[in-house]
Design a protein around this ligand. Structure first.
Ligand code: CUA
Length: 339
């Protein structure tokens, strides 16, 4: 690792240059102030040193032009910083449509990532070059923070709530991944690498990995937990709202509120189904708290999402209850049919 000396990490994402420009501006403002104040201190120290001949009569107490300048100047500079930073913050908090979605789980003391095809890895994250990547993050225990200095992105990873981070890698290479929130004994060991690969090599990487495929080919969790018993969908009138096209849709709740169904809403509805009941449906869903871990919840959300992409085959597969055994067929009268 013969790296040349550098003050800043490499710029390896699409947003890195703009973040660095703002950072340079902050340095510039600080530098100008430092020089100005330092020079004035020196000048006055010499001019008014003991024994020097200088005008020591009391200074005037008001000088409108100077007072106006020291109010207006810092105001203008801080507003420039505010709007500049707010603009970047907005860009960074809104993943572009069509970003590739990776899920990330933080736990004491490791990172677990899962790719869209279901393959997973620990403490390493391989991503394709030039593709916007959105990572949906959640913690299994305490607060962590995902920090990739070369991408200039950092996001807290919270227990009980999804947060997202996105970036578009612009340079192949291997970059540090840190946990940037003190999370216990081995916080400093909670680190890894992000590998940015050419798209073709990323495909090779995926093809070369085995095991991980937790969702690919294996049983769908929507089936294992028999969600479709009630969430029949496919235009059927059922006891629970359909799941197709759910993500991002506006949902009217029984208490009159309207919300956008995002990942956090779906997660909450699986764990605490009574907290936001959809208008027009009975509050009969049992809680799945304790039955499904964070990775399972991620998988459920991905399965629901895949229903929403107009993938009719998947939707109709789920709706095709002839594949279930007789004891699994929904019985509209039996509440016990729910797990
Ligand atoms: Cu996880 Cu610090």
């Amino acid at each position: 690792m013969s790296e040349e000396f550098r003050l800043m990490p490499e710029q390896a994402s699409s947003i890195a240059p703009s973040i660095d420009r703002l950072y340079a501006f902050l340095w510039g403002v600080s530098g100008v102030m430092m020089v100005l104040i330092g020079v004035l201190i020196l000048y006055f120290a010499i001019k008014y040193r003991r024994g020097s001949i200088a005008d020591r009569r009391p200074a005037s107490t008001h000088f409108f032009a100077i007072e106006a300048a020291w109010i207006a100047g810092p105001f203008v500079v801080s507003m420039i910083i505010f709007f500049w930073a707010a603009k970047l913050y907005l860009v960074q908090s809104q993943p572009p449509a069509g970003a590739m979605e990776i899920t990330g789980v933080g736990k004491q003391w490791m990172w677990k990532f899962q790719h869209p095809d279901g393959r997973s890895e620990i403490n390493d994250l391989h991503v394709p070059l030039g593709q916007p990547i959105k990572v949906r993050l959640i913690s299994e225990d305490v607060i962590h923070s995902m920090f990739v200095p070369a991408f200039r992105v950092k996001q807290d990873v919270l227990p009980g709530r999804y947060t997202t981070i996105w970036f578009e890698p612009t340079k192949p290479g291997k970059y540090h991944l840190f946990c940037a929130e003190y999370c216990g004994d081995d916080h400093s060991m909670m680190r890894g690498y992000v590998y940015v690969l050419e798209p073709a090599r990323y495909q090779q990487f995926l093809a070369g990995r085995e095991g991980g495929a937790r969702s690919a080919g294996t049983e769908k969790l929507l089936e294992r937990f028999r969600c479709i018993t009630c969430h029949q969908g496919g235009g059927v009138v059922s006891r629970a709202p359909p799941l197709e096209d759910l993500l991002g849709r506006k949902v009217a709740l029984s208490d009159g509120r309207e919300i956008i169904a995002d990942e956090n809403y779906i997660r909450e509805s699986i764990l605490q189904p009574q907290s936001k009941v959809v208008a027009g449906y009975p509050a009969i869903m049992p809680s799945f708290e304790g039955q499904v871990d964070e990775e399972g919840l991620n998988q459920l959300i991905n399965e629901i999402k895949s229903l929403g992409r107009g993938d009719q085959t998947k939707a109709s597969n789920l709706d095709d209850r002839s594949t279930l055994g007789p004891e699994q067929r929904p019985n509209p009268d039996a509440e016990e049919a729910m797990p």
